[in-house]
Design a protein around this ligand. Structure first.
Ligand SMILES: Nc1ncnc2c1ncn2[C@@H]1O[C@H](COP(=O)(O)OP(=O)(O)O)[C@@H](O)[C@H]1O
Ligand SMILES: [Mg+2]
Length: 244
């Protein structure tokens, strides 16, 4: 069957074959496959199904039809209040399904660790887009609830120098936390800064070690953007915290 290259990823070569997606196996793939199986067993529809491994050692996942906003210029519907709230609700759902399981180990839940619009499938008209699934679970690992919620706030609100309306962004931050039902928000902005710093270090260290994907991100100037985003959040930290 024909293989169609899917654009939008920086890390993996991802292709579509019929109604499946093929992605290279990675060091944590076994864990991810167990997680996808668990979510499916629990009847949660918002992640790809794990269907096996093909003859070229690639994972076979179900293809989820819809719109993935991987380009810089996003469809505005992606950041509507309804869409943001629904993202937070979906995160709450898979967190609750993993809490207390062997996969979460001693941690609160299993985190996705890369939640962002470019890893989200949306459906609906442009002005009424709603998230229906998260893809790209490669980085999933045991963690704390606030870890994913902070990543969502950073990525879906694009927290950094591009923010023009701080009051509106503050309302969206609170909306995400409320829709998730996050208790204990004191560490949220701190965790956003932790993510921004950690991602930059990860790219720089990976590129220095010769990882081709990290070198691509380095050459695209991503560490500089992460540094600017960190500086912006650090500068506005108390205002953001006040609005939570
Ligand atoms: N299960 C899926 N269903 C629909 N589209 C997918 C699926 N998995 C990946 N894609 C598409 O392929 C692109 C790259 O996939 P992704 O897994 O995010 O790669 P990377 O790990 O490089 O970020 C996504 O932007 C999306 O458009
Ligand atoms: Mg991706």
């Amino acid at each position: 069957m024909e293989e169609i290259r899917l654009p939008g990823g920086w890390i993996n070569e991802v292709v579509r074959v019929g109604d499946t997606v093929r992605r290279p196996l990675r060091s944590r793939s076994r864990f991810v496959h167990e997680l996808l199986k668990l979510l499916r067993q629990r009847g949660w529809p918002a992640a790809p199904r794990f269907l096996g491994v093909d003859e070229r050692d690639r994972e076979i996942l179900s293809h989820i039809p819809g719109h993935v906003p991987w380009q810089e210029c996003r469809t505005p519907g992606v950041t509507s209040r309804r869409a943001l709230a629904r993202v937070a609700e979906l995160v709450r759902e898979f967190h609750d399904l993993t809490a207390g399981t062997a996969l979460a180990g001693a941690e609160e839940v299993v985190c996705h660790n890369d939640l962002s619009p470019k890893n989200t499938v949306y459906r609906g008209p442009d002005d009424g887009l709603l998230p229906v699934a998260f893809i790209d679970w490669d980085l999933a690992a045991p963690g704390s609830r606030i870890q994913d919620v902070a990543h969502v706030c950073w990525q879906y609100l694009d927290l950094g120098p591009s923010v023009t309306d701080l009051a509106d962004t503050g309302r969206s931050l609170r909306l995400i936390c409320d829709a998730y039902g996050l208790t204990g928000r004191d560490g949220l902005v701190e965790t956003i800064l932790w993510w921004q710093d950690r991602c930059r270090h990860g790219i720089e260290a990976g590129a220095a070690a010769g990882d081709p994907a990290m070198r691509r991100l380095l050459h695209a100037g991503v560490p500089g953007s992460l540094r600017a985003a960190y500086a912006w959040v650090a500068h506005h930290r108390s205002e953001l915290e006040r609005r939570l």
